[in-house]
Write a protein of this length. Structure first.
Length: 94
């Protein structure tokens, strides 16, 4: 992963193509396109190509958490606390 961070620092770009992301991550282009289709990677379609914002690439590497993912995390935490709040409080006392 350090290798990817070095590449990220050297190539200051605002967006990457799907094949560039595949190369940086060491996976196939097909794998990236599947993740885009499944919604695991957020990308914008321009013509026949997809572009992936730098922030999304940083999120994939774990360097940045985009606002939409923060909201998903907060919603998940609220649901868990609502459903298992009493059990969590008991565990916290132990």
């Amino acid at each position: 992963m350090l290798k990817n961070k070095d590449i990220l620092d050297k190539k200051i770009k605002n967006y990457y193509s799907a094949p560039e992301i595949a190369k940086l991550l060491g996976v196939s282009r097909v794998a990236i396109f599947k993740k885009i289709r499944n919604g695991q990677i957020h990308a914008e379609k321009i013509g026949r190509n997809y572009i992936i914002l730098r922030e999304e690439y940083e999120a994939i590497l774990g360097l940045f958490v985009p606002e939409r993912r923060k909201k998903e995390i907060e919603n998940t935490i609220e649901r868990v606390v609502k459903k298992y709040g009493s059990a969590l409080r008991k565990l916290g006392k132990e």
